[in-house]
Design a binder for this molecule. Structure first.
Ligand SMILES: [Zn+2]
Length: 477
């Protein structure tokens, strides 16, 4: 069964047809490193991570490119506000993005393209558009893309051509949906740009690239160098990028090459952050490092996101996170149980676990091929856990445990939702022992309120305790 995906360009679920299979070029719009990436950005990156993993599982030779926007209106404003040169301001946020990516178990792209390292390519693209008469220099010294010279503008976002204001101009990177106008490819450098070192010489004047230009120049350069093509197989990003960002990318790229820019356009829906304690510090601005600092297992974040289809909005709440943590714990416990059982009985023979494994794999593939239906795929995994647990509960050990274990690990590792095996550092272990001693003391003096408070304190750090006849035992949840 082929992989089918919803294509924003046609508004239909379509079979994936790459230009030259099994090669598959995937361009995913990356972070703007003016600050830490919001957890909503990571929802998009996690959907793209799952997409990539599934395509690789389906034997595609995926080549993923992600940009790092380290020069645009926001980064310049933020650098200016911090009183630092542009790259000095953005470098720590770029580093933080890679750390957050690793924390959330997101596979590294094959190529990351920081915008400031692709200036010659951007200048060449603007020159080409000027040569072809699709771009022009405005009297303000900036270079603009002329919508009037690109009749198919608005196809991706389904803008009505009547809404397009021919000749109207906009310089800002972000502009309103109802304001399609000639947009800036290259902005004449002003004092603010110069003060943070965000200005480059170009034949058409000293300035800096518009945000939209960056993705076109970098993606075309990378696929051109690696594969000698001008067309991406998949271009993905958040739904907010459809207009104007992706619309402008199409205009710039196709205006310059005369070829289709991307065959499939995929967009992930928003994440709403509501009612989380963790986001209180920053209004509703919740970052991946907030979660990491709270000791949240990345597996729970992944599971939470994958339980909703990428084209549906998700609410990130404490309750949703708690339930995802519980789900991850159940998967971890089942995994341990299956590993213990594997040695018993006939590991490979026929039997209920073999049948359950085959059903799971087929249903999982069916769900993923159907526009990356991760919530259905997750449900299939939990159905397997329930049914296999019932078999394992029977007095006679089931056959086919090795097959069951392999299938479970295959699916759970593709989603990457098994709990992190945590190494305890010595300081934490000493702290836990100290708290357990204090709790024992409180119990001894019948101060159960204090004892419960300590249990809660331990639970906050992911430590579960169990009172046994031989004393209190503990483990990382
Ligand atoms: Zn982009």
């Amino acid at each position: 069964m082929p992989v089918s995906l919803f294509n924003t360009l046609t508004r239909r679920v379509e079979p994936l047809v790459p230009l030259a299979p099994p090669r598959l070029t995937l361009y995913t719009c990356g972070p703007t490193v003016w600050n830490f990436a919001h957890i909503g950005n990571f929802r998009t990156f996690l959907f793209e991570d799952l997409l990539r993993r599934w395509l690789e599982h389906e034997a595609y030779d995926v080549f993923q490119i992600m940009n790092i926007t380290d020069v645009d209106d926001r980064t310049i404003r933020a650098a200016r506000g911090a009183g630092k040169p542009l790259l000095e301001h953005t470098a720590p946020f770029t580093k933080a993005f890679y750390e957050d990516r690793d924390y959330l178990r997101i596979k590294s792209a094959h190529v990351y393209t920081p915008a400031t390292e692709y200036m010659p390519q951007m200048i060449a693209l603007v020159s080409r558009l000027l040569e072809r008469g699709i771009a022009y220099k405005g009297e303000d010294g900036s270079v603009y893309f002329s919508l009037a010279k690109f009749p198919t503008y608005g196809r991706l976002s389904r803008l009505d051509t009547r809404e397009i204001k021919v000749g109207a101009r906009v310089a800002s990177d972000e502009y309103a949906k109802d304001d399609p106008s000639d947009f800036a490819l290259w902005k004449k450098a002003d004092d603010e740009d110069e003060s943070v070192g965000a200005a480059w010489n170009a034949p058409f004047g000293r300035g800096r690239p518009g945000w939209h230009l960056e993705c076109s120049a970098m993606s075309l350069d990378v696929i051109g160098k690696h594969f000698n093509v001008r067309t991406l197989d998949i271009h993905a990003g958040g739904i907010d990028l459809i207009f104007p960002h992706h619309e402008n990318e199409i205009a710039q790229s196709e205006g310059a090459t005369g070829q289709t820019f991307a065959r499939h356009w995929l967009h992930g829906e928003f994440l709403n952050v509501r009612g989380t304690k963790m986001s209180k510090r920053h209004g509703n601005f919740l970052t991946a490092r907030d979660l990491r600092e709270q000791g949240v297992d990345a597996a729970a974040v992944r599971l939470l996101f994958f339980q909703t289809h990428y084209r549906q909005p998700v609410d990130f709440t404490d309750a949703a996170l708690e339930s995802a943590k519980e789900g991850v714990r159940r998967l971890g416990e089942f995994h341990e149980r299956l590993k213990r059982e594997e040695g018993r009985g006939d590991g490979d023979g026929n039997g209920p676990l073999v049948d359950l494994a085959t059903t799971m794999e087929d249903d999982f593939a069916g769900a993923m091929n159907d526009d990356l239906n991760a919530p259905r795929a997750v449900a299939v995994l939990f159905d397997f856990v329930r049914a296999a647990n019932r078999e394992l509960d029977k007095p006679q050990p089931p056959t086919g445990t090795a097959r069951g274990l392999a299938a479970f690990e295959g699916v759970a590792e593709l989603l990457d939702v098994l709990p992190t095996a945590r190494e305890l550092d010595a300081d934490l272990a000493r702290w836990v022992d100290d708290r357990i001693a204090a709790r024992a003391q409180a119990r001894k003096s019948k101060d159960f309120k204090a004892a419960d408070a300590i249990r809660g304190e331990l639970a906050e750090r992911g430590i579960e305790i169990e009172d046994t006849p031989h004393g209190t035992k503990w483990r990382m949840a």
